[in-house]
Each structure stands twice: as C-alpha cells, then as structure tokens.
Design a protein around this ligand. Structure first.
Ligand SMILES: [Zn+2]
Length: 261
C-alpha cells in the first residue's frame, strides 16, 4: 500500500484510494489523534451526500510541514492525516477540512460555506505564522551551494539586483536544489529566507539568461512577499506579472523554457 499519492486515480472498490490537499512534505514524528475528528468526518460524509456506508474514520494530526492533508481509503477504513497546522483549530475548521478531503475522495462538490471557511483559515495571518514556524523547524529540503557546476547564483543575484532593483534588494540565502524537481524551476521560501533554483538548470546547455529569468522571478517574490507563502503555490498579482516582464530576456527565456526537456 502506498502513501497518499497526489496523482492517484481512484481504484475499484476494495482497493486503496487516496487523496491529498496541498503538497505534502512530511517528516517523521508522532501522529496524534484529532479530538472529535472521526465524528467530524462522519458528519461531512453525510452532508456531502457520499454514497453507501461511511468507512471507519481514523483521524490524526501529522507533522506535515505545510497546510497539507491526506486521506487514504482501504476497504472500510479511512485514515486521514491533517496537518499539524490545524492543531488547536476550531472544530468548524476541522469539519471544513474534512469536507474538502472527502470531496476530493468521493468527487463531491464541497458546500460553498465550508470551502469559504477553509480558505479563510488558510489565508489567516495566524495560520501563516504557524506554517512559517513549522517550516523553520523542519522543512528544509536538501540543497547544494549557490556556486553550481555551471552557473554561480551569487554573481547573478548581484547583477540582477543592480540592474533591476537599484542594488537595494535584501539578499536571502541562495542555493541549488540537491535533486531535480519535476514541477518547479525555482522557489523562494520566506520562512527559511532562501531562494532555491532547480538543479536541472545548472548545466552547460542552459543559457545564463534562462537561469537569470528564474532567479529574477524569485527575487520578485523577495520584494513582494506572499501572505501565505508556500513553495509551489503560485500566486502572482498582475503587478507581479508586469514587473516580471521588465527582465530583458523575458520572452526569450520563456520560449526556451517552453521547449526545454
Ligand atoms: Zn512565483
């Protein structure tokens, strides 16, 4: 049986089904049962109009380093793992989270007010602070030094800072990812104050302006911090998008990345 897989396709009855909210980055640690969690899931099972007999729910907190939750259904047992970030959250938020997870699992529409409640909680400043704190404690993904095999990020940062930020942008830590990421080319993590670029770009075939374009994008995130910042969650305002185009080779880099394999 596999741990929840975000791209898992629902399997026939009797097999394991799993769903996930967010991009989980779990670290080891003790899971603890969520008070009233199983009942909340049962209530939401009914409220969403899920078919058949509800499974036995086991609901636990799990040390996901961000607002990620997973659910796994195997025969009559459903195990839900809610992010630690929800510890101490009001029961209504637990219910809303249950509804979102069950909605994914059973492909049911989540009532608007529950969706709203969940989103409101996700975007709350106190949630942001909690996520940041948890990330600082445990989310560090392995990285390589800024000076890569081909491209050195430090001088690129300095040049971009001079050319586009009047040299005034505060410099966070810079690194290459230790492993090739499939989905992202770069990431700024305000919790760690760290820009990481996908090591996949650190090769002789990648033109410098392409690396610069990604670095420039992440530098804009340093300049315009997200309210709830999570790597992989792309929130870009129109203003951000406009500013991104100031990079001299923006279109050229975009064309290159489109065809990059
Ligand atoms: Zn971005």
């Amino acid at each position: 049986m596999s741990e929840a897989n975000p791209t898992a396709v629902p399997q026939p009855a009797g097999a394991t089904r799993s769903r996930r909210i967010g991009r989980a980055a779990a670290r080891g640690g003790d899971a603890a049962s969520v008070p009233g969690g199983a009942l909340a899931f049962q209530r939401m099972f009914t409220r969403l109009g899920c078919q058949g007999r509800p499974p036995q729910f086991a609901v636990e907190f799990y040390p996901y380093a961000n607002l990620s939750h997973t659910i796994r259904l195997r025969d009559d047992d459903a195990t839900a793992r809610l992010s630690d970030v929800l510890r101490g959250a009001p029961l209504g938020v637990i219910e809303a989270t249950a509804a979102v997870l069950l909605g994914r699992l059973y492909r049911k529409r989540v009532p608007h007010e529950l969706m709203h409640l969940y989103r409101q909680f996700s975007a709350a400043p106190s949630t942001e602070r909690r996520i940041r704190r948890l990330r600082q404690n445990r989310a560090r993904r392995p990285t390589l030094p800024a000076r890569g095999q081909t491209h050195d990020l430090a001088p690129l940062f300095t040049a971009l800072n001079r050319d586009y930020f009047g040299g005034r942008l505060r410099r966070p830590a810079l690194a290459w990812s230790a492993r090739i990421w499939r989905r992202q080319l770069g990431c700024f993590d305000p919790g760690l104050d760290l820009i990481v670029l996908n090591v996949r770009l650190d090769r002789p075939g990648t033109p410098q302006y392409v690396v610069e374009s990604i670095l420039f994008h992440e530098m804009l995130h340093v300049k315009h911090p997200l309210r709830v910042a999570r790597c992989g969650l792309e929130i870009h305002s129109l203003e951000f998008r406009r500013e991104e185009k100031r990079f001299l080779h923006f279109e050229r880099a975009r064309r290159y990345l489109k065809h990059m394999r």
